[in-house]
Write a protein that binds this ligand. Structure first.
Ligand code: ATP
Ligand code: MG
Length: 744
């Protein structure tokens, strides 16, 4: 008990130990909301005697889920932490649907349509119906409707007008298509789960408490899910911060905070005011920024940490040089701090994933290891997608998108036109593509006339791969073979190695290594992706009810979980593996709730943040606020005068206000021994000794000299900007290295 309450301030303690059934914590970043939430989980278990497997803990990203599980593990040990029903909304919803979905007509082996599947489906529908609407827009519209719990029929009634009728038509067809393919998209996971819990409350009969982090970002269906999950006992804790609501564009409703209090008027609303994360100077800056929004109520926010070094605001000639500068600074900070700061302490936070290209290439060139969060790099690679599509088609042959993508990869001499025709036939007859193919192979259909003998043989070969793999899945399972063995079999049976050799010869080694990496990581992806790892260890169910997998083999279950985890990790913007010691490159959205000692925010310019396409400027400001408040000790903002396409840019209006000026007076990193000591104080780490610091400074100078002597290295940067960078660098070194100067 003491262990749980120790290290909490009195306001946090009051929230953790509140006797109220419903608690809502409203507090600014870094005030310990997540800490309070995890402590309350521990409190409910140890003091109120709740059973861990009857507690639902919900977060927004897999990384946040993992961190939360770590914290609870620290308080109560692994056994208890592993029993919690903990994960993202999507992963929790998925688990209920796998377990109980049959009650509402969902087969337990449903697949998840990821963004590329959904887009492909909508594209095809728009084309087939000869509509004029933009497919991307149609997809976004459908997703929005679903997030607001507006069904296809309701949408048609609500929205008249020609354009809207087109949307309704696509929406209806899209839903039909998912049903035929036995697929649920991300929105469906939540919607259908809400539907299930509404109609069959017994599915949540044993849920004793529901706890939700980042509540300000819930949308209507997530709010409904919370209420439904908690319907038995109405024991709920939610924590959130309206100033950090950044998902309005995805239909998040910050008013859900008030809705919750209206629903449960006895709610104990707690406020926390002390910040334990960021240096006082970072906090000052962030507070000034958020106060530009005059519509929000004033709030107290007290720093508990020392001032720290001044945040840096850097003007840089171009986006390309900005990327080089960031990487140079990362290396410099690490060298200068003599091991006190490591690569894992650094995050580069981007307004959108598309900004990552230049930074990634600069990191790669400098040999700085990093991982990208908020993009799903590994699973997005062509060769990995190919293997995953085979696995999808084996697991669920009705997955039209997967089947269509692999039917002729490796080439089986089935032309694109043939594939398109078969798909058309499938769509028209509301049958899965796989059934159409089987009909042809078995000579049961007239479509055969339309398929050349060559293509017919190709289709036979494809069917053979899928059917023999499926058979092998069963036998390998009874032989207790691993998922890795099975994937190896599939890769070999499908001829993927030869295919890569033939078509991607120049990059074969790399691609083949990736395929092997997937094989090597398979078990890991099944077992360690948080939220889903709980599949086997966490029970949502009453023990009396039969396992949904009782007819299935262990390997089939593992395969299903692998594919779900891949899909869910894409949705929640985090990769499956979480390696330490790497620089984090992340979108700001995916970074919420997290913290790093050193944070870079590049491209703080008009058009990027606020984004030119953003409808809500206040939400853009909150996004910058979220980004700044991730930093503990040292914050870098940079402003390239030209974007990646060479167009002129100007500093974000958010930074140009008068009030911010004095807080952003540091134009270069003055990382002297004083600043390093300040950082050490904030991070409560041991500061390198004076001697070590001076040795590091000397080493750094030597490094710069070496850099200067490498003419050919700077030669390779041959446009004007790069030249300016080189000149700037040279000047600064001759200036005694107190700061770097760039000339455009
Ligand atoms: P965000 O809004 O960004 O999600 P938060 O309110 O959830 O932030 P936490 O992540 O829980 O904040 O806490 C921020 C940091 O402050 C963490 O490193 C946490 O361990 C630390 N912290 C929280 N409360 C205390 C406390 N009472 N004493 C010392 N450190 C604390
Ligand atoms: Mg938090």
């Amino acid at each position: 008990m003491d262990q749980i309450l120790d290290g909490l301030n009195s306001a946090q303690r009051a929230a953790v130990t509140s006797p109220a059934a419903v608690v809502q914590v409203l507090a600014p970043p870094g005030s310990g909301k997540t800490k309070t939430l995890t402590s309350r989980v521990a409190y409910l278990i140890t003091q109120n005697g709740l059973e861990p497997r009857n507690i639902v803990v919900c977060t927004f990203t897999i990384k946040a889920a993992r961190e939360m599980q770590e914290r609870i593990r620290g308080l109560l040990g692994s056994d208890t932490a592993n029993r919690l029903v903990l994960g993202t909304f999507h992963s929790i919803a998925r688990r209920f649907l796998v377990r109980y979905g049959s009650r509402i007509g969902i087969k337990s082996n449903f697949g998840i349509a990821d963004t590329s599947d959904s887009t492909a489906i909508v594209n095809r529908i728009v084309k087939r119906l000869h509509l004029t609407i933009e497919p991307k827009q149609a997809r976004a519209r459908i997703s929005k409707a679903k997030a607001q719990c507006v069904s296809c029929a309701e949408f048609a009634v609500k929205h008249q007008g020609a354009n809207m009728q087109e949307f309704s038509a696509v929406y209806a067809e899209y839903e039909d298509h998912l049903r035929v393919s036995n697929l649920l998209d991300y929105d469906d996971l939540l919607l259908r789960c809400a539907d299930l819990l509404r109609r069959f409350p017994e599915c949540v009969a044993r849920i004793e408490a529901v706890l939700i982090d980042e509540f300000q970002d819930t949308n209507t269906v997530q709010y409904d899910l919370m209420v439904l999950l908690a319907q038995q006992r109405n024991v709920v804790t939610s924590v959130g911060d309206p100033d950090q609501s950044i998902y309005g564009w995805r239909s998040a409703e910050v008013k859900n905070l008030q809705r919750m209090v209206d629903l449960w008027p006895e709610t104990h609303v707690a406020k926390l005011e002390e910040n334990y994360r960021s240096s006082a100077l970072i906090l000052n800056l962030a507070s000034e920024l958020i106060q530009q929004d005059t519509s929000r109520p004033a709030k107290a926010l007290e720093a508990t940490l020392p001032m720290g070094p001044q945040p840096v605001l850097r003007q840089i000639p171009s986006a390309k040089i900005e990327a080089l500068w960031i990487v140079g600074e990362v290396q410099r900070v690490i060298r200068r701090t003599c091991g006190m700061i490591g690569l894992g302490d650094v995050a580069i936070l981007l307004r959108s994933a598309s900004l990552s290209r230049l930074v990634e290439s600069a990191l790669g060139r400098a040999g700085v290891p990093y991982r990208m969060v908020g993009g799903n790099k590994f699973f997005d690679r062509i060769e990995i997608k190919l293997v995953l599509d085979y696995l999808r088609a084996i697991e669920n042959s009705n997955h039209n998108e997967a089947v269509a993508r692999i039917i002729n990869v490796p080439s089986r001499k089935i032309g694109d036109a043939t594939v398109a025709r078969l798909l058309e036939d499938a769509d028209a007859r509301r049958l899965p593509l796989w059934k159409i193919i089987l009909e042809i192979v078995r000579g049961e259909t007239k479509v055969t006339d339309k398929v050349s003998p060559q293509a017919q043989r190709g289709l036979e070969a494809f069917v053979n791969v899928i059917l023999s793999a499926r058979k092998r899945l069963t036998t390998m399972s009874s032989e207790k073979k691993s998922l890795a063995d099975f994937i190896t079999f599939v890769v070999q049976k499908a001829g993927i190695q030869d295919h890569l050799k033939r078509t991607k010869a120049e990059d074969f080694d790399n691609r083949w290594a990736n395929v092997q990496e997937l094989v090597a990581q398979a078990t890991d992806i099944v077992e360690t992706a948080p939220g889903e790892s709980l599949e086997t260890s966490t029970e949502v169910i009453d023990h009396e009810s039969p396992s949904p997998f009782q007819d299935e083999t262990v390997l089939e279950t593992a395969l299903t979980t692998l594919l779900a985890n891949v899909a869910l990790s894409a949705e929640s913007s985090a990769q499956a593996s979480d390696q330490k010691g790497l620089v984090t490159l992340s979108t700001i959205h995916a970074a919420k709730g997290l913290e790093w000692p050193i944070v870079f925010i590049p491209a703080v310019v008009e058009g990027i943040i606020p984004h030119s396409r953003a409808e809500d400027t206040d939400e853009e400001r909150r996004l910058l606020y979220v980004a700044m408040t991730r930093a503990k000790a040292f914050l870098y903002l940079s402003i390239p005068s030209r974007g990646s396409t060479g167009d002129a840019t100007s500093m974000s209006t958010f930074l140009s206000s008068k009030a911010l000026k004095p807080l952003l007076a540091n134009a270069g990193s003055q990382l002297g021994s004083r600043e390093i000591k300040e950082i050490a104080l904030i991070l409560r780490r041991e500061c390198p000794t004076e001697r070590a610091l001076s040795v590091a400074a000397a080493a750094e100078d030597a490094q710069d000299n070496r850099w200067l002597s490498h003419e050919d290295e700077s030669e390779s940067w041959n446009d004007d900007e790069d030249h300016a960078y080189a000149v700037g660098h040279r000047q600064s070194t001759s200036n005694g290295r107190s700061c770097m100067i760039y000339q455009s």
